[in-house]
Ligand binder design. Structure first.
Ligand code: FAD
Length: 426
């Protein structure tokens, strides 16, 4: 069977690209196919935003992207958040804004996003072929012959949207990069991002299960690399939560390249939590001194009770070595050190958790090997890229899906335009 367009990968970017191509190619019913290796399309999409799908962010485009972000500027300018939301509404999805400029489907269900995409695929006669992992390709008759788990397919244009390596159980296991290599592309080394930061297990043992509002900073020695405000969570051997996820990119890059924020970073990195960002160290000291005066017989572990998450207070007491001593026994300098720890509770950043735990992939096909207006390959005419397979990754908060839509729509529309130009391929 011969197709006008084959999309390799039925995730967010691939489905968006297929719909965009189909809408821009009148009369292409039955000529566009999505080749997906899983038994169903959109497996990862259903897991996004804890099943609620944070599908874009009001700030997407102005900030929030890494990797070849400068080269992606044209695509991001064409699809600012307002346009992304308007298109979703046109396609049948109503959205609402929550804190931090995050947009979710009005329904509160990621499945609504997938449903709407699949309604569009059906409306424009796009074929979904599941269980059809693309294993390789070669050029043939001015197009591509794709070898898949269901035999060969021929297509005039191919959109590679097979994702990165994050959460490989959802299907994105790095085969997108392998297929790009086969087409002659380089791959910027990949590393996991938006993932838990590994730390000394002893440093978080007492804190396990605690969630704290904090300012959290990443330091190399005394050099501040990045600061985030929000919530951190503690689990076995790691610091987690949105803030830690945002900082994880730098830790992960440092692990894989030895560099942090563009500079060689020998030694190590550390996360530091300011657990009382609205208070000065002096205010905290005064408060602690009063607590010790008023309740001299309470154990040291209760010093911060009422001010911090109980386990955070216990950890500060443990680090100060006074958990069991009565508050009335604590010296002034011990109270000062405890106040300082509440402002800067440190956790060595030893690395990050593995691909299985990551939400996104840094690295991939460099944008300089594509036309930044179309995301078409400069090495293989007729090949386009969309989504996480490219060397772009975003912050937590809807930025990665924003890129999936913007790049998918760009590649889909450009692919259709190239077919319209080239003697009516349909
Ligand atoms: C738990 C979790 C939560 C997340 N939450 C959010 C969120 O709320 N907001 C946000 O912006 N981002 C979120 N992300 C990130 C976001 O989901 C991804 O950036 C986005 O899905 C990438 O889209 P994609 O289409 O490029 O890749 P994917 O969604 O990974 O899709 C790639 C598809 O290609 C298929 N495939 C792979 N290889 C082949 C092959 N050889 N042949 C055929 N098919 C193949 C895969 O099976 C998969 O279906 C989350 C990620 C995870 C893991």
């Amino acid at each position: 069977m011969e197709y006008a367009v084959a999309v390799a990968g039925g995730g967010a970017a691939g489905l968006a690209a297929a719909v965009a191509a189909a809408r821009a190619l009148p009369g292409a019913e039955g000529k566009i196919i999505v080749l997906e290796k899983n038994p169903r399309v959109g497996k990862k999409l259903l897991m996004t935003g804890n099943g609620r799908c944070n599908l874009t962010n009001r700030a997407a485009g102005e900030r929030g992207f890494h990797g070849d972000a400068a080269l992606a500027a044209e695509v991001l300018r064409r699809f600012p958040p307002e346009r992304v939301l308007a298109r979703w509404e046109e396609w049948g999805l109503l959205c609402r804004e929550e804190g931090g400029g995050r947009f979710y489907p009005q329904s509160g269900q990621a499945s609504s996003v997938l449903d709407v995409l699949r309604f569009q695929l059906g409306r424009f006669g796009v074929e979904e072929r599941c269980g059809a992992a693309v294993r390789g390709w070669r050029r043939e008759r001015g197009g591509f012959r794709l070898e898949t788990a269901q035999g060969p397919f021929f297509a005039r244009r191919v959109i590679l949207a097979a994702g990165g390596r994050a959460a490989p159980k959802t299907g994105s296991d790095g085969s997108g990069a392998a297929l790009a290599r086969q087409a002659g592309h380089c791959i910027v080394p990949e590393f996991p991002t938006l993932v838990q930061v590994r730390t000394d297990p002893e440093a978080v043992k007492l804190l396990k299960g605690a969630r704290c509002a904090a300012d959290i900073s990443l330091f190399h020695g005394e050099r501040l690399l990045r600061r985030e405000t929000g919530e951190i969570q503690f689990a076995d051997g790691c610091v987690s939560g949105v803030c830690a996820f945002q900082l994880s990119r730098m830790v992960s890059e440092w692990v894989s390249t030895g560099r942090a924020a563009g500079e060689a970073a020998p030694g190590g990195l550390a996360l530091a939590a300011d657990l009382l960002p609205a208070h000065t160290e002096e205010d905290i000291f005064v408060w602690l001194a009063r607590r010790a005066r008023e309740f001299p017989s309470l154990p040291g572990a209760e010093l911060f009770t009422g001010a911090l998450h109980k386990r955070a207070g216990q950890e500060i007491a443990r680090r100060g070595g006074f958990s069991q001593r009565p508050l009335g026994n604590l010296r002034r300098e011990e109270l000062r050190a405890a106040a300082a720890r509440a402002k800067r509770l440190e956790f060595p950043a030893r690395g990050v958790f593995s691909w299985e735990h990551a939400q996104a992939t840094a690295g991939g096909v460099p944008l300089e090997e594509t036309d930044p207006r179309t995301l078409g390959s400069i090495k293989q005419p007729g090949l386009f890229f969309a989504g996480e397979v490219l060397n772009i990754d975003g912050d937590c908060g809807g930025f990665n899906l924003h890129w999936a839509w913007a790049s998918g729509w760009t590649a889909g529309e450009a692919c259709a335009a190239s077919l319209r130009k080239g003697r009516g391929a349909c």
